[in-house]
Ligand binder design. Structure first.
Ligand SMILES: [Zn+2]
Length: 203
């Protein structure tokens, strides 16, 4: 993590997931963002290809992620807002809403109808957040909450399902992050950063 615990990254591909996209340009301009490979300063380096992302209300938003290049090793990074889920057309908020609905006992057909998304797509999301991956998600949530404000974990109540437990842990991590940094930060954008863009298993 660099600066305000706003950034997380994958080793490969060279993507940094950003919890607070409004902060990126300022951090790059002042050299506060370090290269995950060598620790050198990242500087602005044009933009990545823009893409359309479907939002909860059905509208699409054009997102043009910032690129950065390291002044040391010259590796380039894409700074992807946590609101995007790599290789998925829907925003993290949409996929998150499907996961929350499932934890409340809804089936995939009903969730798809409620969200106005194709049933097969919703079923793929739900299948991509279970088993080992779900355990990994919960671990990321607990780890971030413990780092930021361990006391929030004391309020966690056991949920009826593993998915419910993972979502409750994310709720705690989001509360901990907001308490320490930016109160209005959007929950699923933060969760996108906590999970390094891997809310769902890669396809
Ligand atoms: Zn570097």
């Amino acid at each position: 993590m660099v600066g305000k615990a706003v950034y997380s990254w994958w080793e490969y591909p060279s993507v940094i997931i950003v919890a607070d996209p409004g902060q990126v340009d300022a951090d790059l301009a002042t050299g506060r963002l370090a290269c995950p490979h060598c620790g050198g300063r990242l500087r602005p380096w044009a933009h990545a290809t823009s893409r359309r992302v479907r939002q909860l209300d059905g509208s699409t938003t054009l997102v043009r992620p910032r690129r950065a290049r390291c002044t040391g090793c010259r590796a380039t990074q894409v700074l992807l807002p946590g609101t995007l889920v790599p290789r998925r057309a829907d925003a993290a908020q949409v996929i998150g809403a499907a996961l929350v609905a499932k934890a409340r006992g809804r089936g995939w057909r009903r969730i798809a109808a409620d969200l106005d998304r194709p049933p097969a797509t919703v079923r793929r999301w739900l299948r991509a957040a279970r088993g080992h991956h779900l355990a990994w998600l919960r671990h990321q949530a607990v780890r971030h909450a413990a780092l930021l404000a361990p006391e929030v974990l004391a309020d966690l109540a056991a949920q009826p399902t593993d998915l419910g437990d993972a979502l409750a842990a994310f709720g705690a991590a989001v509360a901990a992050w907001r308490r320490r940094y930016v109160r209005h930060a959007e929950a699923w954008t933060l969760i996108g950063a906590f999970t390094r863009g891997r809310l769902l298993t890669p396809i």
